[in-house]
Every structure is written in C-alpha cells, then in structure tokens.
Design a protein around this ligand. Structure first.
Ligand code: HEC
Ligand code: HEC
Length: 284
C-alpha cells in the first residue's frame, strides 16, 4: 500500500469535534508545560528541584495491549521487517558488488547512528534522513538504483539500523549548517495549514492528551520510526505519518523526501532530544 494522500485520516468527525472544542474557548494548558518552580523560602540554599520532563512518548498513549505488542519482540510485527533487513544487509546484487556487511560488518556496528539522523551530508550539501543515507550507500557505493522512499527494502534496512539504537537517547547532529533547515522545520510546525487551518503545534502541543475520534493526540515524538502501523498493516516511515497528519487537516501533503518533510524531521528530532529511541514501534 502506498502513502497516498487519501488514507488514514480519522478526521472529519474528530476535527469537527476539535473545532467545536476550540470554539468553546476552553483552554487545555495542562499538557506539555513545565511544572511551576516550588516557592519554598529556602530555595536559594538548596539546589533547584529537578524539573520533571513533560515530554512523553506516543507509546504511552496506546492501549496496554498495543504497548505489550511493541515491547515483546516476538509479538511486534515490525520485527519481521527487521528480519528482512538482516537478509538484505548481507545480500549481494550483481558481480563484484559489495553488500552492506562487506563494508560495515555486523549491523551492530550501526549502534547510535539512527539516534543522530537527519544528519549533514557533505556531497549533497544538505540534511539527509537515515533512509536517504542508506539509499546514498546503495547508489554511491553499490552502484545500484536508489529505492523509492516507501519501498519495503529501504524501510526494513532503516528498521534494522534503527533497532541498533533502541534505548539510546536521541542526539541530534550538531553540525551548525543544520540550524537553518531545523529552524524552517520549527516554523512549519507552528504554521497553520489546510482547510481546517490547524498547525502541528495546535494538536501536538496545545491539545496533546485529548481525544480526536478514536485516537489520543500524542506529543508527536519521532522516537519509534519506522513503525509498524496496524491501520496500514505494514511498516512505514515518519514521513508517511506526517503526510497522514497533513491530509488530516485537508492540506496538500509534501512529497516523500521533500526538503519540507526532512526539515520537519530535523525539528521533531531536536524537540525529542534525549528521549530514548524505541524503533521499531507499533502504532494503532
Ligand atoms: C488535527 C490534529 C493534528 C494535527 C494538526 C497534526 N496531527 Fe499529528 N497526529 C494527530 C493524531 C490524532 C495522531 C495519532 C493518530 C493515531 O494514533 O491514530 C498524530 C500522530 C502524529 C505523529 C506520530 C507520533 C507517534 O507517537 O508515533 C507525529 C510524529 C505527528 N503526528 C506529527 C505531526 C506534524 C509534524 C504535524 C504538522 C504537519 C501534525 N502532526 C499535525 C493529530 C494531528
Ligand atoms: C562500498 C562500501 C559500502 C557499502 C557497500 C555500503 N556502505 Fe554504508 N557507508 C560507507 C561509507 C564509506 C560511509 C561513510 C559516508 C560516505 O562516505 O558515504 C557509509 C555510511 C553509512 C551510514 C551512515 C553511518 C553514520 O555513521 O552516519 C549508514 C547508515 C550506512 N552506510 C548504511 C549502509 C547500508 C544499509 C548499506 C547496504 C544497503 C551500505 N551502507 C552499503 C560505505 C559503504
């Protein structure tokens, strides 16, 4: 199934509900706010109390059954894609060609890599997502035609590489040349779009934790991608998820691998810095 613009939107009923809620002028200021500092009189004498991290993985917004499915590798359907990725890691296509393993050794050598993507790519003079980086190895180092961004082979290799960072904190690439595209991603996250005129931030900052149709609105942390989405019945990328959100507000979704989606990814990873990688996650 391709990530077309027509799928997966639990709007319009939910969106109408949301609009109604917004129109009532309610304020939902209880979600990702930092806790107020304690006003103890002797505060200056003591070190400040640690501020609890208000960020929360979307995993915690799922039903206990779906969370259990994600946590148990033998039940997590994304692990099948990882297995496929392991086979591709060793596969050689064409005489004289080299496999991923020939150059990189075991997949375990990729520990920590997924936690810092999108990263700066010198030949492309711009940011590369992990999938684009893998695809660059395919075209530059294996001499093979690049995979389409939503191709199973690429998703399964991304899941395999992502799994090697599971449990590690997200550590965005600090290359200063990423600052401008990351900032464009932040602006886009705040900008209202679509016929419903919602910004990402309206839902994922201001309404996170509320229900939208059958779903709880998560905080939109990209900790578990690629994911296995039960609704898709397949593994899919973060960009596919973002396109679903864009069609959800009746906006024309950006193309897969477009600079706009890469910039949004850059910003979302920065916003989730320090949170643990959970790849491959399961989503309803
Ligand atoms: C109208 C509200 C709404 C808007 C606007 C919206 N989303 Fe979402 N988003 C959702 C809902 C609801 C889900 C969860 C859907 C589900 O689980 O079925 C979601 C899921 C996500 C996720 C997956 C989080 C996870 O834990 O896997 C990400 C990332 C995300 N959105 C990013 C964005 C970005 C970026 C934008 C702006 C381009 C955006 N969303 C706009 C409602 C919205
Ligand atoms: C001929 C050797 C070669 C082959 C084959 C190869 N790579 Fe690479 N790979 C490299 C080199 C060299 C780099 C460092 C960046 C560069 O120079 O392109 C790299 C970088 C990477 C990175 C980024 C690592 C980081 O620390 O940021 C990933 C991920 C990766 N390769 C995955 C793969 C996968 C998956 C395959 C198989 C589809 C593959 N590579 C095939 C040589 C190779």
């Amino acid at each position: 199934m391709r990530g077309t613009g027509r799928e997966a939107v639990r709007c319009p009923r939910g969106a109408v509900l949301l609009l109604a809620v917004l129109a009532m002028g309610c304020s939902f200021g209880d979600t990702p706010r930092r806790a107020a500092a304690p006003d103890a009189p002797s505060a200056q004498a003591r070190p400040p109390a640690p501020v609890p991290d208000p960020r929360r993985s979307g995993t915690l917004d799922m039903s206990p059954a779906t969370q259990a499915m994600q946590r148990d590798d033998s039940a997590n359907p994304a692990m099948l894609a990882v297995l496929g990725g392991r086979q591709r890691w060793r596969a050689v296509q064409g005489a004289g060609a080299r496999s991923c393993a020939d150059c990189h050794g075991e997949p375990e050598s990729m520990r920590g890599v997924a936690a810092r993507y999108p990263a700066w790519d010198e030949p492309a003079r711009g940011p590369f997502t992990l999938a684009q980086r893998i695809n660059a190895c395919r075209s530059r180092h294996q001499g093979l035609p690049a995979w389409r961004p939503d191709e199973e082979a690429l998703l399964s290799l991304s899941a395999l590489v992502g799994l090697q960072s599971r449990g590690l904190p997200i550590r965005p690439d600090t290359d200063p040349r990423l600052a401008a595209p990351r900032e464009r991603g932040r602006e886009r996250y705040e900008r209202r779009i679509g016929q419903l005129n919602f910004a990402c931030a309206d839902c994922h900052d201001r309404l996170a934790g509320r229900r939208l149709g059958a779903a709880t609105i998560p905080q939109a942390h990209p900790t578990g991608y690629p994911i296995y989405r039960l609704e898709w019945q397949s593994i899919g990328s973060l960009q596919r998820r973002l396109r679903n959100c864009m069609t959800g507000v009746r906006a024309e979704p950006f193309a897969l691998d477009s600079p706009e989606l890469v910039e949004l990814e850059l910003y979302l990873m920065q916003r989730a810095a320090g949170m643990a990688v959970e790849t491959p996650a399961v989503r309803p």
